[in-house]
Design a binder for this molecule. Structure first.
Ligand code: ADP
Ligand code: MG
Length: 348
């Protein structure tokens, strides 16, 4: 009888715990890219270059010109639950101004890959690097590098073969990476973001701060020229501002992935927001066609719950209906004013 030999309860060693936890944060190469790009943005970078090989399976490199990490802190940054962004629980409750704060990303990525963290703060005379292999942290060594940080992640999931087996083909994994980098590039037109796959550049934004020129770099001229600006401050039900760009109804695609919505600068895929944008077109789109949109919704932080989970792209508003109505109206007004659709409801 199998109940005769009851297994003894023992505490898992830290490495096993990390590797299990890694599954929560790092699902595929695109999740690594997301975490690294968020770190670069949190570091105040004005330029971020992302280069991946084979859909990110055999190499991910993210380089920024941000504030850098002091040599003495490199080996701390790759340990579990180490962060410079919050100090205590109260900091969380008063609101976090950074994209990250859990202090999990670098350590979890490093526990399932071979990772090199190389950095030089502005005021340091030289750079340094640390190499981590499957969670084993090596010596910190001097390294020549410009101001900023470079993270190289090789052989993702080399020590978790079951997870590695579930990766899709290179093109599919790259699509996910492309989606992630595109979101951050659109959300941060003041940062020059570039993406390269197998040594071929896919796009590079200029960092000028102009959203239309970021759209031009990413989606091309035809799309960029079809975009209309939106900028309204409804000031009702705590909606501070809705701004961004939407395409004319003729410039559309068969998937919703070009409909990018952001709440307080965070990308969210919530269908209520996308549906609100679509309703703004007032039936001018065929049912299986979707516009291009890059729309930022700003609400006071205490009236919205975004990103409760590291991978969650959903959002909850206090005043959901007011938000969707405001989006719909803003989109409709932009299209009506441009003479592209007729008003569906009497206004004014
Ligand atoms: P978190 O972002 O939640 O703080 P991470 O594991 O992603 O946790 O990073 C740990 C710490 O390493 C960060 O708090 C930050 O101090 C430092 N760090 C990571 N990436 C960068 C970067 N690109 N530039 C500057 N500092 C960085
Ligand atoms: Mg982080």
């Amino acid at each position: 009888d199998k109940h005769d030999e009851s297994p003894t309860i023992t505490q898992l060693d830290a490495k096993t715990v990390d590797r299990i936890a890694a599954g929560e944060v790092v699902e595929r190469p695109a999740s690594v890219v997301k975490e690294l790009v968020e770190n670069s943005l949190d570091a105040g970078a004005s330029r971020i270059t992302v280069a991946v090989q084979n859909g990110g399976k055999n190499g991910i490199r993210v380089r920024d010109d941000g504030r850098g990490i002091p040599e003495a802190e490199l080996s701390i940054a790759v340990k579990p639950h180490t962060t410079s962004k919050i100090r205590k629980l109260a900091d969380l409750e008063s609101g976090v101004g950074t994209l990250g704060f859990r202090g999990e990303a670098l350590s979890t990525i490093a526990s399932v890959s071979r990772l090199t963290l190389r950095s030089k703060p502005q005021d340091a005379v030289a750079g340094a690097e640390v190499h981590v292999e499957g969670g084993d942290i090596g010596e910190t060594r001097p390294a020549g590098c410009p101001t900023g940080t470079t993270v190289v992640v090789d052989d993702l999931f080399y020590n978790t073969p079951a997870r590695k087996k579930f990766l899709k083909k290179d093109a599919t994994e790259f699509d996910h990476i492309n989606t992630v980098v595109t979101q951050y590039a659109l959300a941060n037109p003041d940062v020059a973001v570039s993406l390269e796959h197998n040594n071929r550049e896919r796009f590079a934004t200029d960092g000028s701060g102009n959203l239309q020129s970021a759209i031009l770099s990413i989606y091309g001229r035809e799309v960029a020229e079809s975009m209309l600006s939106i900028d309204v401050k409804p000031d009702v039900d705590g909606i501070t501002r809705i701004h961004g760009m939407v395409s004319n109804p003729e410039t559309n695609r068969s998937t919703r992935e070009y409909l990018a919505t952001f709440v307080n600068s965070r990308y969210v895929t919530a269908s209520i927001l996308r549906d609100a944008v679509i309703s703004g077109y007032g039936g001018q789109l065929s049912s299986d066609r979707y516009p291009f949109a890059v729309l930022f919704v700003t609400v006071p932080p205490d009236r919205v719950d975004v990103n409760v989970h590291p991978r969650k792209l959903d959002v909850r508003f206090d005043a959901e209906e007011a938000v969707t109505t405001a989006i719909e109206t803003a989109v409709e007004t932009a299209l009506v004013d441009a003479g592209l659709i007729r008003s569906t409801a009497p206004r004014g």
